[in-house]
Write a protein that binds this ligand. Structure first.
Ligand code: PLP
Length: 460
């Protein structure tokens, strides 16, 4: 892990915040966008500028944005880190585009099935083929934990068939908090000369845990972090990281900006950029200690809720499963006590906490669980372990063909046998139940219903 993190209050520049602050104070007459001209309709407009002289340009950065990105790259110890103002969604598409450019002919990506829908759009736009990895003991569409052995066996088969993927793609942590064994998976990938790319949208904080548990610390070639999910960054702020040891490092480092530009607006938000810039200072100013304290408190809470805690390695999530009480019901109870969860479905409730959370209010989780326990009567029969089955699917057209097909929206009850066009997801977790190009089976319809999905987009 980069030495910069070992001491608190390391000097860190915040060039974007400094520039915008000075611009605001200069009282310059704004003959430029945005149309609010800095007037406080919401309150923050004075800081919301555009690419004026001196403000640099996100996709051609060589000034204050380049300096700020170099700062964050130094913090995470990467070959290059670039900012996204459009979330990991933008970074995921850019990562797929970048690795597709490395293939001779059409790229194949081997992906664990629980991808976020941004992956499907990325695969459609880059027109790559996707082969799926399933985990037989999955208990939810949100998870797909792959062992190094399973990955090795799959890559051996693909090698024998002379169609090795250009990259393996995994999601870690996933929405429920499962963390993959990135080191072991990276070793397997690299023994085949294949890149490992990670959707680490939920795990920016992992670099600051112990000696570093972030994908960049554990051997992944490239990953994205939604900084906004676990760090004090405005919604939309994210990082795309390229490792110092990445396969094709120079190609990735040289091309990442141009590829990010393909998927981004030409008007990136300077509010988000300032927030990412300020976060660099936050990360080197005692964050590691605050994170450790926060994790200790969460461990104590988990111990109290032990009976219902789903054991995962995502240290900033509490995932609960109460047989006999749905996740949605528990979410309703929590809401009645003044708390709002990140995600709830029929089985789980997921709570996300950070060092910025008000720890004095954590006890409402326990109160909600005690209230929920009153609803339990006699023997509980409902259990995710019993009633979830992995749904294997067969594609009948490519993701791109399906996404760009002539399509129509129909009622889910009429969808059996039809081919999925746009991925239909409930958001969160935005994990597709059926992937574009696959036939919808009767069993999928039950899963759609369980996630409250009533309409699906199918090929005409
Ligand atoms: C696993 C995963 N990947 C990617 C994304 C997209 O991230 P963003 O909202 O930053 O675009 C999400 C969003 O929830 C996610 O859960």
């Amino acid at each position: 892990m980069s030495g910069i993190l070992e001491t608190s209050n390391v000097k860190m520049t915040t060039p974007i915040c400094d520039f915008v602050g000075q611009y605001q104070e200069s009282d310059t007459v704004r003959f430029h966008m945005p149309g609010h001209k800095g007037m406080p309709h919401l309150g923050m407009e004075a800081l919301d500028i555009t690419e004026v002289k001196g403000a640099d340009a996100l996709y051609e950065a060589d000034g204050i944005i380049a300096e700020s990105e170099a700062n964050v790259g130094h913090v995470f110890g990467t070959a290059r880190t670039v900012y996204s103002t459009e979330g990991s969604s933008q970074c995921v598409k850019a990562m797929i585009h970048l690795v597709s450019g490395l293939a001779d002919g059409k790229a194949i990506i081997l992906a664990a099935r629980n991808v976020h829908k941004a992956f499907i759009y990325g695969a459609a736009l880059a027109d790559c083929d996707v082969e799926w990895l399933y985990a037989a003991d999955n208990k939810s569409i949100c998870e797909c934990v792959i062992s190094a052995k399973e990955l090795e066996d799959k890559l051996l088969v693909m090698k024998e068939e002379n169609r090795l993927p250009v990259a393996v793609y995994i999601t870690s942590p996933d929405y429920l908090g499962n963390v993959q064994d990135i080191k072991a998976l990276a070793d397997v990938c690299h023994s085949f000369g294949v890149m490992l790319i990670v959707d680490n949208a939920h795990g920016a904080y992992l670099h600051f845990v112990g000696d570093g548990c972030h994908p960049m610390d554990l051997g992944a070639d490239m990953c994205c972090d939604s900084a906004h999910k676990t760090l004090p960054v405005l919604t939309g702020g994210a990082y795309l990281h390229i490792s110092n040891n990445a396969i094709a490092k120079e190609y990735l480092v040289d091309n990442v900006k141009n590829v990010m530009a393909i998927y981004g607006s030409t008007s990136p938000s300077y509010l988000i950029l300032q927030s990412l810039d300020m976060c660099n200072k936050y990360l080197v100013s005692g964050y590691k200690v605050r994170l450790e304290e926060c994790i200790e408190k969460l461990d104590a809470l988990r111990a109290k809720l032990d009976k219902y805690v789903v054991k995962t390695d995502d240290l900033l999530k509490i995932t609960l499963h109460m047989p006999g009480v749905s996740g949605q019901k528990l979410a309703d109870i929590l809401r009645s006590l003044g708390g709002e969860c990140e995600f709830a479905d029929k089985d789980y409730i997921v709570l996300m906490i950070t060092p910025d959370s008000d720890m004095s209010k954590l006890d409402i989780v326990q109160k909600a669980v005690s209230e929920a326990e009153k609803l339990l009567t006699g023997e509980c029969t409902s259990s995710v372990e019993d009633d979830y089955e992995v749904h294997y699917h067969k594609a009948v057209m490519t993701i791109r063909e399906a996404v760009f097909s002539n399509h129509e929206i129909i009622d889910v009850t009429e969808a059996e046998g039809r081919i999925c066009a746009a991925p239909t997801v409930s958001c969160p977790p935005a994990v597709p139940i059926v992937i574009s190009g696959e036939k919808i089976e009767a069993s999928d319809i039950e899963v759609f219903k369980a996630y409250g999905i009533t309409k699906v987009d199918v090929v005409k």
